[in-house]
Design a protein around this ligand. Structure first.
Ligand SMILES: Cc1cc2nc3c(=O)[nH]c(=O)nc-3n(C[C@H](O)[C@H](O)[C@H](O)COP(=O)(O)OP(=O)(O)OC[C@H]3O[C@@H](n4cnc5c(N)ncnc54)[C@H](O)[C@@H]3O)c2cc1C
Length: 127
């Protein structure tokens, strides 16, 4: 199993759950491939909708890729700036994309699962 790089994320993470290597054939309603932000958000979204027979396959470790190495900023931006988006998809689609991204940002912020250990410590102090 690959080790995590030394980063803010690894230094502040919660104790790791045991996630055994898959040896058997599993059956599930949904199989998610990849334990990065996209895969984990999909699993959380399914659980919120009552879909719990879900298997998540990760070839290294959960959050091992860019999801465990990023700058930790949740922001409603695309890699292209707004003018570039308008050139590529037009004004109306750009507006929709920006709304979509803002809704996604709000959703991420609303989920307890994404709160950092710093957020949890602050909440504990406030209580
Ligand atoms: C240095 C850096 C800084 C960044 N900063 C920010 C930031 O501040 N804000 C922001 O919003 N974004 C940032 N990003 C981008 C953001 O981290 C990525 O867009 C996001 O993490 C992508 O998530 P993902 O789940 O799609 O992919 P990944 O994080 O790549 O997750 C995919 C996972 O799938 C696994 N996998 C791949 N193939 C298989 C397979 N065949 N079977 C099983 N598992 C497999 C991989 O091991 C990996 O764990 C940054 C990225 C980098 C590299």
């Amino acid at each position: 199993m690959m080790d995590y790089i030394d980063s803010y994320h690894t230094r502040t993470r919660l104790p790791e759950a045991q996630r055994p290597r898959l040896h058997d054939v599993l059956k599930a309603d949904v199989c998610i491939v990849g334990g990065g932000l996209a895969g984990l958000a999909t699993a959380v979204g399914l659980a919120e909708r009552g879909v719990t027979d879900v298997v998540l396959l990760e070839s290294q470790r959960v959050g091992w890729g860019p999801s465990g190495r990023n700058g930790d900023f949740v922001s409603p931006h695309y890699t292209s700036d707004t003018e570039g988006l308008i050139r590529r998809v037009g004004l109306e689609h750009t507006r929709e994309l920006i709304k979509f991204s803002r809704r996604a940002t709000d959703l991420v912020r609303s989920r307890d699962a994404w709160k950092t250990s710093r957020d949890r410590k602050k909440a504990g102090r406030a209580a």
